[in-house]
Write a protein that binds this ligand. Sequence first.
Ligand code: GDL
Length: 436
Amino acid sequence: MSNPDFICGTLEGFFGRPWTLEHRKQLFKWMRDWGGMNAYMYAPKDDLYHRSKWRKLYPESILFELKELIESCKQKDLQFIYAIAPGLDMSYSSKADWNKLLKKIEQIQRFGCSHFAILFDDIPSELSTEDQRVFPSFAQAQASVTNRLLDSLKKTNSDSTLIFCPTIYCGHMADYNVTGNDYLNELGESLDEEIGFFWTGPEVVSMEIPVKTIQELRMVIKRKPIIWDNIHANDYDIRQIFFGPYAGRPLELKNKVSGILSNPNCHFWANFNPLRTLAMYNNETDSWNSRQAFLDSTKEWMKYFGNDALIEEEIFLLGDCFYLPSKMGDKGYRLVESVKQITNNEPNEWGKHLDNFIQIKSILNSLCMKLIASTNRDLLYNFYQPLWELREEMEYVSKRIEWKMSGKNEFKSPELVPRRQGILYEIQKIAHSDKN
Ligand code: GDL
């Protein structure tokens, strides 16, 4: 069973198109049914009024949606956390900005929301000249606004809570020297001890979060952090998608932090396994096997595709091909190994790899055929791009196989689709050339 004082759930905190009301309602239903999850944080970077126009009140047309979300969370016993991100252009010493912040928060409080977060991630880290006259440092400026906000929230409702996201929010940003980081030390000293503190781990996207790195951080920030977990986020490269399990975090981590909120794929339907397995992780007390959790969760995931003809083998392959950043599932590794052996060797050396390739290709093709006939069109559109790109590459490898087996001299088969081109490709070719 999970600890009720521990915050665990979903954080909609990515860049790009926010989820829809329907998506969020589906999410709340999942979280309630699974158990082990008790919070949803609303922080879509591209909700205009959350970040870019944080000073502006929500127009009625959008406000009703927030009201519905807050009510829907309440009905399902989930904590709704509203986050605001004023850091792009807030003047920390300006009375006018402070009043705007309060007005905005009051607008949300009116719907019975008492859990808030203030985010200072991904912003310029220099104080303006006016702010420099008032505050000795960036940390002091942020701590002052955040402490005042907590006081003000408490005046309205003494049960209010507040979480703070710092500008340095992972070990990498502190040059892996958290203990010696002035900004973090100052926050530890000056932030009210009741205020929660977000941390993404050693990296922005941390494949592992070792317990010892958190113990070190706790000494500095003088509280247990709340993990803002980006392991399944894909907003930094939306050609990728992650269906893999919650992994790389030992169970012991739960005792060292005060919560875990997952900021997952922008593609809503990609998040079943990522979130389901986080709920499993939070319910687990003895031992954690992320692979087993993935297998169990995938079986539950199947019913959301809208096609009863789909079989487990197809869905497992889908998950294994698009697993975690820089990590594939078993069948993904097997496929890549076979492509490598086939490409680098002559047909008489291929051994089992040809059969392996053909078998996986056939599962992939039947998966795609069934997906395009499935009734959950929203899910299909979410998965289209990476899946179709993979199919195209499989076709290309098939052409090379035919050519190698034919014994002809030159590979003449034209590529079925043009190579990836354009400005991104050109820049990467130049900037990443030292890594090749
Ligand atoms: C970030 C952003 C987050 C984004 C994620 C992955 C934090 C605190 N902020 O740095 O909004 O989705 O990276 O790209 O993680």
